[in-house]
Design a protein around this ligand. Structure first.
Ligand code: SF4
Length: 139
């Protein structure tokens, strides 16, 4: 998407938000390197607040009290405990992202680009990000 927007002269008018199982610092770094301006994180925070992926949010019967208005079920969510877990998750996520950024010789994750990532195939071959997403003549 980043490349298409650049090709059509629209990149400076549109912001890209990446999302979808981006729960760890390495995945966030890859999303930024691929051109994302921002990253949405939902699942990672849900896990840390106690979600066990029972997938009954729409029934008001969430067994861990995360997605329910039932006072009895809500007792399962101990806010004083979960607030520490969520805080630790965010702090470690940020630390991991900045550690990878520093390892790439950069001062901010927003400077990550294709040249900083590589993909390793199951057979051991490694391709640099720039090679994987190389522009062909016909686009
Ligand atoms: S019902 Fe509760 S535990 Fe299940 S997916 Fe929804 S929030 Fe998570």
């Amino acid at each position: 998407m980043h490349r298409l927007l650049v090709e059509h002269g629209l990149r400076d008018r549109i912001k890209l938000f990446a999302s979808g199982k981006l729960v760890t610092a390495d995945k966030i770094a890859v999303a930024l390197a691929l051109g994302a301006d921002c990253v949405n994180i939902a699942r990672g925070l849900m896990f840390n607040v106690g979600c066990i992926q029972a997938q009954v949010c729409h029934t008001n019967r969430c067994p861990v009290g995360v997605a329910t208005t039932d006072p009895k079920l809500q007792r399962a969510l101990v806010v004083d405990e979960k607030s520490y877990r969520v805080t630790n998750y965010i702090i470690l996520l940020r630390e991991g992202l900045y550690n990878m950024t520093a390892a790439a010789g950069l001062d901010t994750p927003t400077k990550l680009s294709l040249e900083h990532i590589a993909y390793k195939y199951p057979d051991g071959r490694v391709r640099r990000g720039e090679e994987l997403f190389a522009q062909t003549k016909d686009g």
